[in-house]
Each structure stands twice: as C-alpha cells, then as structure tokens.
Write a protein that binds this ligand. Structure first.
Ligand SMILES: [Zn+2]
Length: 428
C-alpha cells in the first residue's frame, strides 16, 4: 500500500514536472511569437518615410501602440500567474505590480521616479486672452468659436497623453484664457528650463480653400533638424487621423530671420520651437475632424504620440537612458522655403461629352511638391474647391470636370504647390 502510494506520488510528481515543463515551453513559444509579430510590424511598417504610405501607417501605428501595451500587460499577467504561486515574490516585485496600471507605471509614479533623464516640453496653446476684439488673442474665428479655445483643448489632451510616457515633463504657457505675447511665451519656456516649445494652432486661409496639416520650424541648423524630426512624426500621426500633410516648413522674414515670432524668440533663448498647424478651421473637411471636444482631444493625442515617437519615449516606463535623437544638421542653413510657383503648368483636353471634359494637367515643382489644383469655367470669376493632387502621381494627373462646349473657351485651371503658390495652366 505504502509502496504503491509512493509510486503513485512519484508518477504524479513526474507528470507535474512534465506539465510544468510543457507550460513553460508554451509560454516561451507564445512570448517568442508575440515578440516576432511586434518586430515584424515595426520592420514592415513604413513609419518614418514621407509619402502616401504614411496615410495608412499612421493609423496603424496608433492602434499598434495600444495593442502592444495590451499584449505586454497580458504577458505580465501570465508571468505572474505561472510563477507567482511557486516562488515567493520579492517585496519589490509585489510593490511594482501594485503600482502598475495596464500600460505600465501611472503618470504619478512616472513623474515621481528619481534619477531618470527627462525631456522638459512646454506646450503652448496658441492665442488666448479675455478680450473680444484683439485678433492675436482670439486667433482664427470661424464656426462661432475662436482658435484660442480649441488650441487649449488640444494642448490639455496632448499633455495628458504625454504624461503616460516616461522621461518627459510637461508644462504649459497657459492653462486658461490668458493673454500672453510671443516673447512672454518664449521667456516662460526659458524660465522653466524647457528643452522644447511646441506651439499649437489651427489654420485658416484668405480664400477658405486650403486644407491639410503643416508644421513650421526654425530654418537654422540643429533647430531646423529637431523641429523637422518632431514635425515629421506629428504629421504622420495627423495623417493617420485623416489630414493631408503639407509638410514641415520654414518661413523667413524680410531680414532673413525666422518669420514666426514664437520660433524666433524661442531660438534666441536657445529653445527649439515648432508650430503645429493641425488643420483649417474654415475648410469643411478639415473642420469635420475638429468639431467636437473628442476630436480635438484626438488631435492632442496625435501630437503627443508623434512627440513621444521622436524622442523614443515609452508608455508607462522611465528609461535609464534615452535613445539618441536624430538631429542631423541640414546640408545648408538656413533651409529656405519655396518662394516660387509651380513651373511648366499646362493641360490638354482629351475627351468631351455634352456635359463634361476630360483633362490631363501637367505641373512641375522642383523645390517642393505640387499639392492642389482648382478650376473655373467662367474665366476666373468663380473657382471650384481645391482638389488634392495625389502624392506619388508624378507630374500629370487626369480628371473630369463639368464644362459644356461653350465653357471650354472660358476654362481656367490652376496648379498649387504646398506653399500655396499657384500657376495658371496653359492650354495645349
Ligand atoms: Zn494660430
């Protein structure tokens, strides 16, 4: 009896060993598969290149980050389940788990951790002030609201999202409807020892026709490089939200300095600054991506995700050392904006029926990119909306527009670059 019980016990023990071994192997295999899957995504994702591929990848990456966090949380849970009962956890491990949210450390714990490098970012909600007449304080004014209110909402969402990442500290030039000059904003950033200033804005155009996101950076040396680096990442995120990208740009004033005050004043104090123009308040499709608080918050999260990507920040985790950032100086400085219109702009009429004509439009833009086109069928008295010149379609596009035979004589077609400069097409 005793012998057979011992034997049964031995068999049970062996069985247990085998099962435990199998479980360990299973977990290891699952973990390996997950790691490979995540790596595969990273390699195959176009990520940092410019182009229409980003349109798809921006959104994917956004989802991926959340998905990755979920998987990591699951793995952590799994680990705890498998080893937790066997070996007694160290006190430290226990405390770590208690302080850990689904995506890692909470913003409070991240901020409290000592001895880790931190990037200090000042978020600057554009405009602001209680007055009702000063245009600089109000910002763009459309849809019964003012830019100053919307930029504040975007900034708060950006700050909240960024606080989920490690190695970062967020400050704001304003957290309410306060008037500040551009000089004061830059001075504030300096006073708190900011590493970067990110100014948040919404756009508008004289003819209410432009659409898309753009980022302005200093034209000079490493200030350009860092602004361009952050800008590209933020624009990739905004493209994931449905915007088209007008690119990262510079603008110079008549004396050759950076045109925008916030960029100029910040650089004078040694702080790289960028302006994020998320989209156009006075254009319907762009507006449709910012017309609720939730959509504005999504814009803020795009900014945060882009900023975090540039610096290599991790959600829920402070890194002991941050990855080297890309700050390679441009080949020549200042980096000048495109100040000339598209060239060799002409069209041919390839087909017509009673109501429509088929047009092939040609345009070249050696310094920037051809970005939009529009047309008039009444000799330029009125124009169509702006249409996107699809990226990657080269110098020629073909489209149909409504024009009767008599309107052929009064047809005007124009091509624009991403600096809003246009050339009227010649008919060939
Ligand atoms: Zn603005």
């Amino acid at each position: 009896m005793k012998k057979s019980r011992n034997r049964r016990k031995r068999i049970l023990l062996r069985l247990q060993h085998i099962l435990t071994g199998a479980a360990v192997v299973c977990v290891a295999v699952i973990a390996l598969l997950l790691v490979n899957a995540l790596r595969g995504n990273e390699i195959s994702g176009p990520g940092r290149t410019a182009g229409s591929a980003l349109f798809a990848s921006g959104g994917e990456r956004f989802v991926e980050a959340g998905e990755e966090a979920r998987i990591m949380a699951e793995q952590q849970g799994e680990k705890a389940e498998n080893v937790g009962t066997e070996s007694a956890d160290s006190e430290q491990e226990k405390t770590d788990r208690e302080n850990t949210t689904e995506t890692g450390l909470s913003p409070e714990k991240l901020a409290a951790q000592e001895g880790v490098p931190r990037i200090r970012i000042v978020l600057d909600p554009g405009h602001g002030g209680p007055g009702t007449t000063d245009e600089q304080e109000l910002g763009a004014s459309y849809r019964d609201t003012y830019e100053k209110y919307l930029t504040l909402k975007i900034a708060k969402a950006a700050g909240t999202e960024l606080s989920n990442y490690g190695n970062v500290e967020i400050l704001y030039t304003r957290e309410n409807d306060k008037a500040l000059t551009l000089k004061e904003r830059a001075a504030y950033a300096r006073s708190v020892g900011a590493d970067y200033l990110i100014s948040l804005h919404l756009n508008a155009s004289a003819e209410h026709n432009f659409f898309g996101s753009e980022v302005f950076t200093s034209a000079f040396g490493s200030y350009y490089a860092r602004g361009k680096g952050i800008g590209d990442q933020v624009l990739a995120q905004l493209m994931g939200d449905g915007f088209v990208s007008k690119g990262v740009k510079t603008r110079l004033g008549s004396k050759g300095a950076d045109y925008y005050g916030i960029i100029r004043e910040s650089r004078a104090l040694g702080i790289p600054a960028i302006i994020i123009e998320h989209g156009y308040m006075d254009q319907d499709e762009d507006w449709a991506r910012m017309d609720t608080d939730e959509k504005l918050a999504a814009l803020g999260r795009c900014d945060a995700t882009g900023i975090a990507a540039y610096f290599g920040l991790k959600k829920g985790e402070n890194q002991a050392e941050l990855p080297e950032i890309d700050r390679k100086e441009p080949a020549s400085s200042p980096v000048r904006p495109d100040t000339t219109e598209p060239v060799n702009v002409y069209y041919t009429l390839t087909h017509r029926d009673a109501e429509n004509v088929r047009i092939t439009l040609h345009a070249e833009e050696p310094e920037s990119r051809v970005m939009y086109y529009d047309y008039s069928t009444d000799s330029g008295t009125t124009y169509s909306r702006l249409f996107l010149w699809p990226e990657g379609s080269g110098n020629d596009i073909t489209f149909t527009l409504p024009a009767t035979a008599s309107q052929e004589e009064t047809l005007v077609i124009r091509a624009y670059n991403n600096y809003e400069l246009r050339t009227e097409a010649e008919r060939r």
